[in-house]
Ligand binder design. Sequence first.
Ligand SMILES: CC(C)(COP(=O)(O)OP(=O)(O)OC[C@H]1O[C@@H](n2cnc3c(N)ncnc32)[C@H](O)[C@@H]1OP(=O)(O)O)[C@@H](O)C(=O)NCCC(=O)NCCS
Length: 225
Amino acid sequence: MDEEIARKAGEYLNTYRATKHIELADALIAATAFAADAELITRNIKHYPMNKIITTPRGIIIRQGQESDAQAYRELRLEALHNHPEAFSADFAIYDKQPMTYWTERLHSLEDERMIYFADCNDSLVGTCGIYRGDSPKTKHSGTIVGVYVKSEWRGLRIADEMIAACIVWARLHKIRIVKLGVNTANTSAIRCYTRCGFTTYGTEPQAIYANSRMYDELLMARTI
Ligand SMILES: CC(C)(COP(=O)(O)OP(=O)(O)OC[C@H]1O[C@@H](n2cnc3c(N)ncnc32)[C@H](O)[C@@H]1OP(=O)(O)O)[C@@H](O)C(=O)NCCC(=O)NCCS
């Protein structure tokens, strides 16, 4: 670190500490990138709002799941259910007992009926979501998005937006006309994400989920294709 970096870091702290909650380490890293005229690659774009600092969540790809993902999918899904019981109707204890064949079967390609997407960074799953369609001739025009989850250390990078976009592409390819989802009414960042992705609210399901010893309502959202 030299005087230029220290001075720049001080400038960043004065400008952004109050509104963006950046810390000394963030300011020093950003100032170093600035002084070196270098691109800063980070998973944490939130803490680098500075002008001329380019932040890129590099290396994340959104891809379809396959049977070989079964073990990693199980871990990711159980983490989601364990850490966010109020966000999902599926119950951790039940899924924890499922044999590995269950997870392989979930990923077994039923290309026309459902798909699971993963956000993958260097062969490690950091997010997931799924879509399935109605199973009768009268409902197969309708898709439902489920199980949207991003690992906590990867949040804030709009990964969920990308996974939802992949589901919408899948829906369009399969001639689905409308996609629906339910989201806890208290889950403001998920609701913002779905709104950005074109979903609007068509109702509220009262007391849809009982978790953490309380009831939660769910917002019902839909997007036509
Ligand atoms: C909802 C969820 C899927 C959004 O994923 P995401 O890709 O991080 O979405 P975003 O990039 O839009 O970030 C969401 C918010 O987290 C904030 N955030 C940033 N860094 C974060 C971090 N390290 N930890 C937590 N939140 C962070 C973002 O600022 C953003 O806030 P905003 O909505 O005010 O912009 C994710 O938060 C999640 O998995 N939550 C738990 C499970 C869940 O609720 N699933 C939805 C079921 S319907």
